[in-house]
Design a protein around this ligand. Sequence first.
Ligand SMILES: *[C@@H]1O[C@H](CO)[C@@H](O)[C@H](O)[C@H]1NC(C)=O
Ligand SMILES: *[C@@H]1O[C@H](CO)[C@@H](O)[C@H](O)[C@H]1NC(C)=O
Ligand SMILES: *[C@@H]1O[C@H](CO)[C@@H](O)[C@H](O)[C@H]1NC(C)=O
Ligand SMILES: *[C@@H]1O[C@H](CO)[C@@H](O)[C@H](O)[C@H]1NC(C)=O
Ligand SMILES: *[C@@H]1O[C@H](CO)[C@@H](O)[C@H](O)[C@H]1NC(C)=O
Ligand SMILES: *[C@@H]1O[C@H](CO)[C@@H](O)[C@H](O)[C@H]1NC(C)=O
Ligand SMILES: *[C@@H]1O[C@H](CO)[C@@H](O)[C@H](O)[C@H]1NC(C)=O
Ligand SMILES: *[C@@H]1O[C@H](CO)[C@@H](O)[C@H](O)[C@H]1NC(C)=O
Ligand SMILES: *[C@@H]1O[C@H](CO)[C@@H](O)[C@H](O)[C@H]1NC(C)=O
Ligand SMILES: *[C@@H]1O[C@H](CO)[C@@H](O)[C@H](O)[C@H]1NC(C)=O
Length: 669
Amino acid sequence: MKPNTSYRLGASVLLANSLLKVHASPQASPAVSLLFQNDGNWTNYANLPSALIFYDAVTFDEAEAICRANNETLLSSTSLKALTQQFTYLEYLKDITPTTRYWISTGATTPLSSSNVSQAQPREKLQFLCTNSAPHTTIVDTDFSASPRTTVTSNGIVYTGTRDHLTFRFMGIPYAQPPVGPLRFKDPEPWNGTAVDATFFKPVCLQFGFFGSDDFGLMPWGNSEDCLNLHVFTPYIPSSNPSKSAPALKPVLFWIHGGGNTQGTGEDATFDGGSLVSRTDSVVVTVDHRLNIFGYLGLDDAIKGNYAIADKVAALQWVHDNIAQFGGDPERVMIFGQSAGGSSVIELVKTPKARGLFSAAISQSGGGSPVWQNYTAAAAAVLPELNVFCNSTGAERLACLQALPADTILNITNTVTTWMGVVDGEYVVNDTVSQVSQGPSGVNSVAYMAGFMPEEGESLLGTTIAPNMTEFDPGSIVGEALGEKILASGLWNPSASFTPYNATIYVYTDWLLTCPAEEMITAAANADTFPSLYVYEMQRAYALSYFDAYDLCTFPVGNIEPPYYRCHSGDLYEVFGTYYIFDQPVRNVRDIEYTTMIQDMWGSFARTGNPNPPSAYLKARGYQSTLDVLSHFTWPQYTAASPRVAQLQYPGISTGTLPDIGRCVIIDS
Ligand SMILES: *[C@@H]1O[C@H](CO)[C@@H](O)[C@H](O)[C@H]1NC(C)=O
Ligand SMILES: *[C@@H]1O[C@H](CO)[C@@H](O)[C@H](O)[C@H]1NC(C)=O
Ligand SMILES: *[C@@H]1O[C@H](CO)[C@@H](O)[C@H](O)[C@H]1NC(C)=O
Ligand SMILES: *[C@@H]1O[C@H](CO)[C@@H](O)[C@H](O)[C@H]1NC(C)=O
Ligand SMILES: *[C@@H]1O[C@H](CO)[C@@H](O)[C@H](O)[C@H]1NC(C)=O
Ligand SMILES: *[C@@H]1O[C@H](CO)[C@@H](O)[C@H](O)[C@H]1NC(C)=O
Ligand SMILES: *[C@@H]1O[C@H](CO)[C@@H](O)[C@H](O)[C@H]1NC(C)=O
Ligand SMILES: *[C@@H]1O[C@H](CO)[C@@H](O)[C@H](O)[C@H]1NC(C)=O
Ligand SMILES: *[C@@H]1O[C@H](CO)[C@@H](O)[C@H](O)[C@H]1NC(C)=O
Ligand SMILES: *[C@@H]1O[C@H](CO)[C@@H](O)[C@H](O)[C@H]1NC(C)=O
């Protein structure tokens, strides 16, 4: 029912004033959430409605004007009806009550009985709902220049971001000074600007490979040594007026990309936050940090190394200091990462420098990072290459290296290919097992989860071996001495169904990732190091579109689920749900159910340190497929007395033991 028209005309004069108040000063920006019911069916996202809910009560005309100022209109009752589940959830959160009324295009309504449009005085002040017509992000190279703007002010800095169909997004936020010139090979310095245009992705760190150019269609933003940025995806922007009562802050999921410490970026569209944000109602942050020689050169006191770790700590400090203004709860920050990002998670759990900056951690396929180099070993690996350009020592060598073109330095990454932290007593203090074995005092003791893909080695070995190989020769993969022990143990021996290819993949998987992780997990369980410890093995995978050796890491569309290799990185789409950006099809409905179950578990772990979401939460969200499985399954903690590992699958989820404990005795011998 429309409020009376003559009033509306009369009010438009007054409106100019109130609009000025609302929009001229960022201090007065109203609290707003983006509503999108994410059912996991990624082929259909663009067809589902998306809306904005403003929590500050205003008159009907003011509401209309604020929608218009955001290039939107008041929501229709049809869209409102399609979003009913969102209001059930807001009620569960106690952000609204069943009788809270909102302005929509036709008047005042209670969303949970949307047929009930009531008479309301247009001067009455109500919260209100606008459309969100911002486009759905469906390609890597999305141009956000015409997308709606939204601003956040934090610690005196004005951040201009944008929104899409699924989330508010702030891309390319500098969290440190550009590490160039005199700041190259130095710890990050605080950024000191006053305004950030976060409406587009910035160039990513210098590297070779998938993200060293746009040759693979994955990285259209260019590369630069000036790359210390992070990216915030959020469903909720609180009012900058702290006196307003408004929804509680959301948990934060802080993602660290993989790429062997030499490659990768937080701007990789695989990690676009929209799906995870809308499914879990949390804030997703991804980070870019220095890579390869720029992040890890460690020689002596003048070039002390560990810059990549220092960058991540600086980014976490930024989150701690600013994320509340973006809707995130600084007391509930979960760090998570995969591959080298998963070992970064372990580095951050271990470093005293990150104490107090996070409350939960997931290491996906991150191994155990059992050893770091000392300065002697680190220098020996790289000095022959450096001396060609800068053969002095100490401060003189640093100055010489700082003066070289960045590309000259990057080239050394082609000759010295392995980069890792050095024991500096500051960022890196000891090996993993030593620290973890000390119990809670040896690490940053937070809720901890770790896990594996069963056949990670397949995609990691790539085409260095071939499925038709006829000889099992583990020595060629892990070194002759260990190869002999492996052969003598008989534990990996090929058989009729277990080909030499399979055996080789398992040896590599065990040696590189599974056994180091198991060593850490066992030490942590024995010393009760973490307040909670959960371990998984994913039984389902979905290969990245560009990382699928011999096309064996996935299976054809329409199949039930034939045997295939659950490869390294086969968990990334499943956690982020970003299939739609890479045109990846639903192979069968289990892809949707599995992905949303994983997202629900990861979200729950960030919220509470327990990956089992409460059934009341799942009901309020309408997450029936997860509810179906978790109504008869609880993921148990991994303890020394009961070392249970979740075998994640949909619907056949179960528990088992560590995958390769017997084989690891040989690997670790
Ligand atoms: C997903 O959405 C598409 C429409 O884009 C529809 O055809 C399909 O049936 C849906 N799948 C499921 C499992 O709901
Ligand atoms: C309609 O909403 C009004 C105001 O919230 C409430 O008093 C009334 O009971 C509702 N009627 C129905 C049929 O839900
Ligand atoms: C609305 O659109 C106009 C014209 O395209 C643009 O200048 C303005 O910045 C937009 N407003 C918002 C909040 O995005
Ligand atoms: C910001 O820091 C840079 C580098 O440390 C310095 O050159 C610049 O003057 C500083 N700017 C301001 C406004 O303080
Ligand atoms: C440094 O590491 C190397 C290789 O691991 C080792 O051989 C050497 O003894 C170590 N040096 C010191 C001083 O610890
Ligand atoms: C070090 O480099 C300089 C300049 O390239 C060269 O003149 C000098 O001979 C080099 N010294 C050694 C010991 O290699
Ligand atoms: C880096 O290496 C490439 C390939 O070897 C070469 O073409 C290029 O000139 C090198 N760049 C610099 C600055 O040394
Ligand atoms: C590293 O751990 C070992 C074994 O627990 C311990 O003996 C040593 O003192 C530790 N080193 C440092 C620097 O803490
Ligand atoms: C084995 O597979 C590789 C890679 O697919 C191929 O190049 C090679 O010709 C094959 N060898 C045999 C004997 O079939
Ligand atoms: C062994 O590898 C083949 C393909 O080479 C695959 O089809 C089969 O499932 C694998 N078996 C096991 C037990 O991993």
